[in-house]
Ligand binder design. Structure first.
Ligand code: FES
Length: 87
């Protein structure tokens, strides 16, 4: 099934790219942008993003590495003030 009509990317292309990226780096964070780059393409209109993301989420290799989970929660629970807001 074609997911991205602008770049002619199928669900098989997306799944194969995810599997390849996970096999080559078990700790990588896989994003749509990285998938486009891995396929040698770039997004055009973006209308495919909801279906593109839904297709990605169906792949079991899309897990977020354990060390990258809850980064936002961990950052907001710290005692240190954000350097960007310090005066
Ligand atoms: S349909 Fe995917 S970028 Fe346009």
């Amino acid at each position: 099934m074609i997911v991205c009509h602008c770049q002619n990317i199928s669900d098989n292309d997306i799944n194969n790219a995810i599997d390849w990226m996970r096999a080559s780096d078990p700790e990588t964070l896989i994003t749509p942008g990285k998938l486009y780059r891995a396929l040698g393409k770039s997004a055009d209109c973006g209308d495919c993003m909801p279906l593109f993301l839904a297709t990605m989420r169906q792949n079991d290799n899309l897990v977020v590495p354990m060390q990258l989970r809850n980064l936002r929660a961990g950052a907001s629970q710290g005692d240190q003030e954000c350097k960007a807001t310090q005066k």
